[in-house]
Design a protein around this ligand. Sequence first.
Ligand code: ADP
Length: 454
Amino acid sequence: MSLAGKLAQERRARLASERLLEMKQAELSAANRKLGLHAMALTKRIGETQAEVETVRDENEKVKSDLTVANAKIEVAERRLWHSIQTIQDGFAFFDESSCLIGANAAYLSVFEGLEEVAPGVTYPRILEIMITEGLVDIGSEAPSEWQQRLLKRWAIPHPQPEVIRLWNGHYIKLIDQRGNGGDVVSLALNITASVRHEAELTAARERAEAANRAKSAFLANMSHEIRTPMNGIVGMTELLSETPLDEEQRLYLNTIRNSGEALLVIINDVLDYSKIEADKLTLNPEQFDFERCILEVAMLLQPSVRDKGLTLLVDYNLFLPTLFVGDPGRVRQVLTNLVGNAVKFTSNGHVLIRVTGVPNHDAHSCDVHVAIEDTGIGIDKDKIGHIFGEFNQVEDERNRAFDGTGLGLAITKRLITLMGGTIWVDSEPGQGHVSVFVSRCQRLKARSPSRRI
Ligand code: ADP
């Protein structure tokens, strides 16, 4: 090859190399640019991350300080709680799910004074055992093993019932145990000695008062019985004396003695009945009787006063209600006489109606008899209704002052009806009238006889 050819070849080669170099340089600068951009992006991200780290660090610091404050607060709350528990006069203890004592206040531990074993870690069964062996509890006639078993059984129940134990020193402790969800138990030992003693005192006082009341009633019953006999003699003698020749004046005196004697006898009989009921000495003498006839007899008895006052007395005995029952006819008559007698006494015009209904109870051969005594008399205020069933209670107002009576009738009536297993109530409207109702479950006998009206 000629020199010119070689030079030309060399120049071409140089030019090619220069182009390659240029290309590489372009690639390099492109790569550099990319690297620069990447580096910038990285720097930005690092900056952001650093900011985040800063924030997290700040938050962490805050959480840490909050935690410290919270821990301090918890400590204070715990201290206060424990302090409060310690100051409670009653015993307080916590047990874990294995019945091991976690902690107890001074009142709880005071029962076990001097027994170092009773401290956190001791088990509940062991505490019971110590109570028995050290004679800390008075278990009466129960065997120690039985007592322990009974209390252990109770302890195992999810929600044990309170248990009252008596300590050696006569103190009564009520154990109240509350089991939590995890099996922990909170135990309260309340000292109820004062209330137990108070209750015993109250019971004794009530028994004494009841005994005194019974004695008073028995005395009253005896006295009125004793007074009744000579009074019967006085009234009887006036009857005989009235059949002898007497002048006008003597007859007037005699009638006054007889009327006063009879009025006194009514009062004495009421007092006698009432005190007998009070002294639990009044018993019913059940026998077969005709209830309808009983009502008619009472109506007949009261007929003179009904006639004198120009009233109408009606008896409405339900056609489908049996008439034969088992009961104490004397006492039934007494109840009716008082209720119908009151209706007549407190009514100056209109009527008095005795309405008897009932629902026969086929299975039990008994019947719920419902007796209502209605009148069109003076009535009483609603707020006085509760009052009139009390002994010696009468409605104290203008309209009532005109009527005599002891105020014992309804008290006796109510007691008698209660003795018969029934109830009594009244419904009244001042100036409109009065309804007394009593309901009693009576033993039935046979089908009813035909009903009557008077
Ligand atoms: P007494 O009739 O002897 O006063 P009760 O115990 O029978 O005693 O009655 C108590 C009171 O109830 C009567 O005094 C009267 O005020 C009131 N009372 C009873 N029944 C009637 C009635 N049907 N109408 C109005 N008031 C009555």
